[in-house]
Design a protein around this ligand. Structure first.
Ligand code: NAP
Ligand code: G4F
Length: 325
């Protein structure tokens, strides 16, 4: 039985990855940090699975990471934990650097000392391409991050490459473009729109306040993307991969289709611009070229953009119908 260790198991990707690995028969260990109120909403359905064990620790605490890996001796380590919200990285730039940048080297150091034979996955991001140097972006496109989050992810990416080359570790980095689902945090634009549209349809809210509608993203479905993480660790050689759909759509298109799906009519009737949600520096357009992953991992996305919007809006309508105000 293979053993996997996941940091960030309580997040969107961690929860889907845990499900995926449990279904494959893995013993799964998930790192969770202490909070005064437990934040297990996304994994509550897994918590009694005898093959899942939660281990207390924090990306900021080196000893907790080294101890966890020493105790569990995993075959695969997925480092998904991070301060992952771009907007918050301007409000808490130092904390973002601690978790999202230095957190990576802490996990790598723990692995190097406790279980150097394990395979390591780092959750890198298309935000590293930022003010893009070429279109579409692939594994060789130079980075130009536009936020403290993007800068921190560039550190995480290069330290993973460096540990692979310095210590001969099996350490890879997945350059994942935006991926969404009903488990996305409410602060991210897709879930925020899907939730607002559902609430407007049910008469609980009148409009949605957003920032820049013109920026474009390559949006895929999170369940497809966690499979790609696993595939990267099943290879014989450690290599980095871009994971993306190859299509780009604006925030405005997302809003417009969401309104269509919820039968709200013209999106302009429910939209208000709030400069609070504009960013000090924007990433205008991202579009990924995942041809290497298609060829070497035999990976491809299974959910189209319209299907993704529908899936998210319909999930929010069902959820909001149940929710008491
Ligand atoms: P998410 O939902 O925000 O989850 C982040 C996870 O990190 C949560 O489990 C959180 O735990 C944990 N965490 C944060 N700080 C921590 C710390 N100091 N110690 C231990 N755990 C900590 O993020 P996601 O969307 O699943 O993304 C997973 C990873 O992929 C992140 O590294 C993100 O930056 C990266 N990424 C995401 C996308 C995307 O589109 N989703 C694209 C590219 C890369 P709590 O529950 O305790 O807060
Ligand atoms: O949904 P977002 O906050 O995601 P963003 O900034 O692209 O970052 C996400 O994807 C990255 C991969 O490229 C991950 F690495 C990262 O962890 C995260 O998962 O914003 C998307 C776009 C931005 O251009 C933003 O300016 O939507 C625009 N936007 C417009 N109004 C808004 C809003 N974003 C948010 N969150 N809230 C708004 O009201």
């Amino acid at each position: 039985m293979k053993k996997a260790f996941i940091t960030g198991i309580t997040g969107q990707d961690g929860s889907y990855l845990a499900e995926f690995l449990l279904n494959k028969g893995y013993q799964v260990y998930g790192l969770t940090r202490r909070t005064s109120t437990q934040n297990f909403a996304r994994i509550s359905h897994l918590i009694h699975n005898p093959k899942l064990e939660l281990i207390s620790g924090d990306l900021i605490d080196q000893n907790s990471l080294t101890f966890a890996l020493k105790e569990t001796q995993p075959d695969e380590i997925y480092n998904l934990a991070a301060q992952s919200f771009v907007q918050a990285s301007w409000e808490q730039p130092v904390l973002t650097g601690e978790f999202t940048a230095l957190g990576v080297i802490r996990v790598l150091e723990a692995m190097r000392l406790a279980c150097p034979q394990a395979k390591f996955y780092q959750a890198s991001s298309s935000e590293m391409f930022g003010k893009v140097r070429e279109t579409p972006q692939n594994e060789n496109t130079p980075f130009y991050p536009r936020s403290p989050y993007g800068v921190a992810k560039v550190y995480g990416h290069w330290i993973t490459v460096n540990y692979r080359e310095s210590y001969d570790l099996f350490a890879v980095s997945g350059l994942l473009f935006n991926h969404e689902s009903p488990r996305r945090g409410l602060e991210f634009v897709t879930r925020k729109i899907a939730n607002a549209v559902a609430r407007i349809k049910l008469g609980k809210q009148q409009y949605v306040e957003l920032g820049n509608l013109e920026s474009k993203r390559d949006w895929g479905y999170a369940k497809d993307y966690v499979k790609a993480m696993w595939l990267m660790l099943q290879q014989d050689q450690p290599e980095d991969f871009v994971i993306a759909t190859g299509e780009t759509h604006s925030v405005k298109e997302f809003l417009s289709i969401a309104c269509e799906i919820a039968d709200l009519g013209d999106w302009q009737k429910v939209f208000k611009h709030n400069p609070k949600f504009d960013r000090p520096a924007e990433v205008d357009v991202l579009i990924g070229d995942a041809s290497k992953a298609k060829k070497k991992l035999n990976w491809q996305p299974s959910v189209s953009f319209k299907e993704l919007v529908a899936l998210m809006v319909n999930a929010e309508i069902a959820e909001e119908k149940q929710r008491k105000e």
